[in-house]
Design a protein around this ligand. Structure first.
Ligand code: ATP
Length: 242
């Protein structure tokens, strides 16, 4: 369970998050949806403990600054960070040791195979493509078996096979009762995953929508009406067309 209560964050004079509040219960997938600059990463980074903020964040009922809270969540950043001198396999071993979570040969092999990294395990962090780094970052997050997982624009840079695998893994985590929070501006990527969506813009949550309450209403239509963004491109096509 993830609770964000009166979260505010300023960068100099820019109020990037203004009194944000939301809850994602166990076994639910929450989406922070909003245009570029809405404040999504700011919220995710605050939850992950990377920013100083005003307000309260609770992870599994514990204040986000506590060790108990830190042990129970995993974070996949928007821009993956790799240790240049560690191989793919060593990244997994490092994270498993840091969290004190044993990682068997089979588990590591299965994770790497699912993300088509099994033939890349001996490559160094500095030798990986952006998409490969993203996959390693996702594997590291999954191996800690998080109770809460934060994914910041996780699909960007992934190939279709990896996107499919990531979606399957997210649904598995949900079935196991984990809380998932995904930030994205690409509704298309999360349309079969979401349980509750928080539409953000200019540091505010403009609307909270539960899937079961929407009935026949289209989230995409709501997004455009709530944010006031124009969905028509210069060539006359709709912005969400792929
Ligand atoms: P995107 O979809 O483009 O990743 P976002 O919704 O994640 O955007 P944030 O990165 O949280 O948005 O940015 C929210 C606001 O805070 C923006 O106005 C941005 O310019 C500003 N901002 C973000 N990081 C910083 C920073 N380190 N210093 C100053 N301003 C920042």
């Amino acid at each position: 369970m993830l609770e964000v209560i009166h979260l505010s964050k300023k960068y100099g004079k820019t109020l990037a998050a203004d009194d944000i509040g939301f809850t994602v219960p166990d076994g639910r997938i929450g989406i922070l949806l909003g245009p570029n600059g809405a404040g999504k990463s700011t919220v995710i980074k605050s939850i992950a403990g990377l920013l100083r903020f005003k307000g309260t964040i609770r992870i599994q009922g514990q204040d986000s600054h506590t060790m108990e809270a830190k042990r129970s969540f995993a974070y996949v950043p928007e821009l993956p960070y790799m240790y240049e001198a560690l191989t793919v396999r060593e990244h997994l071993e490092f994270i498993s040791r840091a969290y004190g979570i044993p990682l068997s040969e089979e588990e590591a092999a299965s994770l790497l195979r699912r993300f088509e990294l099994d033939d890349k395990q001996d490559k160094l962090g500095s030798e990986l493509s952006k998409g490969m780094m993203q996959k390693v970052s996702i594997c590291c997050a999954l191996l800690v078996r998080p109770k809460v997982i934060l994914l910041d624009e996780p699909m960007v840079g992934l190939d279709p096979a990896a996107i499919k695998e990531l979606k399957a893994q997210i649904l598995e985590l949900k079935d196991q009762g984990a809380t998932v929070l995904i930030s994205t501006h690409m509704l298309e990527m999360v349309k079969e995953l979401w349980d509750v969506t928080f539409v953000m813009d200019k540091g505010h949550i403009l609307g909270t929508y539960a899937r079961e309450a929407l009935a026949n209403e289209d989230l995409e239509d709501l997004y455009f009406s709530v944010t006031g963004q124009d969905r028509t491109r210069e060539d006359g096509r709709q912005t969400w067309e792929q």
